[in-house]
Design a binder for this molecule. Sequence first.
Ligand code: UDP
Length: 484
Amino acid sequence: MGSVAPRAHVVVVPFPAQGHVAPLMQLARLLHARGAHVTFVHTQFNYRRLLRAKGEAAVRLSAPGFRVEVIDDGLSLSVPQHDVSTLVDSVRRNCLDPFRALLKRLADEEEEGVPPVTCVVADVVMTFAPAAARETGIPEAQFFTASACGLLGYFEYDELLKRGLVPFNDASCLTNGYLDTPLEWVPGMGHMRLKDMPAFCRTTDPDDVMVAVTLEQMKSAVGSKAIILNTFYELEKDVVDALAAFFPPVYTVGPLAEVIASSAPADNADLGAIDISIWQEDRQCLAWLDGKADKSVVYVNFGSVAVMTASQTREFALGLASCGFPFLWVKRPDVVDGEEAALPEAFLDEVARGGGLVVSWCPQAAVLNHAAVGLFVTHCGWNSLLEATVAGLPVLGWPVFAEQTTNCRQVCECWRNGVELPEEVESRAVVGLVKEMMAGDLGKGKRAKAAEWKAAAEGATMKGGSSWRSIERLVDVVLQVWSK
Ligand code: UDP
């Protein structure tokens, strides 16, 4: 199973955002380690931002049988990363022809020793890539980089429309209790409410771009030959089983970083140096954590895309300043949307006396696994939740957009390893829930659950575990069956 196929050539196409590029790069490196020739395709938007931040040497690294290509997406660098609808729409409008041209060029290169393309593995968001692959008869698999519950949430947009629940009648639906509408009919997750569905459906516009592209993406995914999910079966069993009724074979291969660690042969070390983040990591925060007692620090990070208002920032700052625990807040330079107000004196005093640290970007996996960290305040981005699961840390969720709401509902109702902050966040709620989670019975219960999920993740990713077996099957299909 999973042995080297000398003629396999896999073209890997991530959506241009850190939470997408990282898992697709992990999968690309794994396929390369198993003997595939890999072409990893950035779009210009992400590539130019990476170049600007880190320089060509860090970004366009190649190794024998692995190279990076770039296609045009028509996006200007002035588009902010959090303007997801512009990114998604531009990619969908502009990338098909450049990607077709790339596939053609790769076919023409055959004579120069590059094997013909045998498979395209595309991010579910990048619908142009499977479309181009199908035109030329190349098998394609699709990688949904978020949770199984997120995928099912997006899949149910069609049903939300059919049932007349979306689009909303008017903006009052956001505040009049309509979002509490129970969705007991959703298979595998009947505890969802309208407010828990991926948040792009909160629209009054019958022609909403994100709803339209979601329908397109789901249609494309349903027609794919395989769906790859960076989750593990034990964590999302009910949902994965429900997905099986609608989707092609689903491979649950996560958390990928852990599966790779227990999967032979070893990765090409040169490729480990490829940089996929536009931010500079502050490693000083690890030394700062070294000076703190075990499980005493509240770690706050809202990922690479989410933004918040100045007043929400202030509420978090006030809450952290008076929660009674040291805090590490990773506050991206672009995390505040609009004009940033001065942070409260109490917060600045706390930082000045060493009770809190604010940095722009951190090595998150290392922080989550640091003994001093006791709680993760998170936007519930899927990579962050997976990393928290691996670290066995309880979470305090404050979902911002996309399927973060769905993930957070699962945290609270299903996995029970965390609780949610109110959407209209206030410092009092931050103080109350941080205290409860760090020192109260609530936290004790959530920590116990987090420890159970950590053990389950270890079981799934070790040799013979569910994700390990799934990756072996996937490698076999992609590198052997499809390359014949
Ligand atoms: N991340 C990091 N350092 C930071 C913030 C985030 O390394 O300071 C990484 C984090 O470990 C995760 C990814 O960025 O792998 C964020 O992905 P996620 O799906 O959690 O959220 P998104 O950024 O897509 O909203």
